[in-house]
Design a protein around this ligand. Structure first.
Ligand code: THU
Length: 162
């Protein structure tokens, strides 16, 4: 048996500033920023906001919710996506923005943790349509991913449960 090394490619777009985004994405980002201000993060002081654009222009938001029993808290992404699915179970999820702000109000980089990626991927598989994602990198440049699979290659999905 021969051993092979394989490479996978992840592509995403970069957008220099919020002002360069289409109107809908600007609004999505703005809602995520406002959601981050509603985070309950007394233990980490790391406030994260997520906004989710559903078909028909509905936006659902979430923020991280911490707990004195640390593992009982939940990231902003899962708060938002569970809320969206609970409220609008059959609406297509189009795009998700995730942001965090520092004490000076500057956007800082935040990328979803592994557990959130797995949860977000579940909904992409369920709806059989890509879920886009807008993130911010360390230079405050926006990063746009076309689907969750790009953020979670080899994700575990229902097709493997056979
Ligand atoms: N957190 C999020 O809400 N989303 C992320 O993508 C990364 C981390 C939260 C969890 C915890 O409340 C705090 O940020 C510090 O980890």
């Amino acid at each position: 048996m021969s051993t092979k090394e394989k490479t996978i490619k992840i592509s995403y777009k970069t957008i220099q500033s919020i002002s360069k985004l289409p109107e809908m994405d600007k609004q999505l980002l703005d809602m995520a920023i406002r959601a981050s201000e509603r985070a309950y993060a007394p233990y980490s002081s790391f406030k994260v906001g997520t906004s989710i654009l559903l078909e028909g222009g509905i936006i659902v938001t979430g923020s991280n919710q911490e707990n004195a029993a640390y593992p009982s808290g939940l990231c902003a992404e899962r708060v938002a996506i569970f809320s969206a699915s609970a409220e609008y179970p059959n609406r297509i999820i189009e795009k998700i923005a995730v942001v965090s702000k520092d004490k000076n109000g500057q956007l800082r980089p935040v990328t979803p943790c592994g557990a959130c990626r797995q949860v977000l991927y579940e909904y992409e598989v369920k709806q059989e349509q890509p879920i886009g994602m807008i993130l911010v990198d360390e230079n405050q440049t926006l990063m746009e991913f076309k689907d969750m699979q790009s953020l979670l290659p080899f994700g575990f999905g229902k097709d493997q449960l056979v």
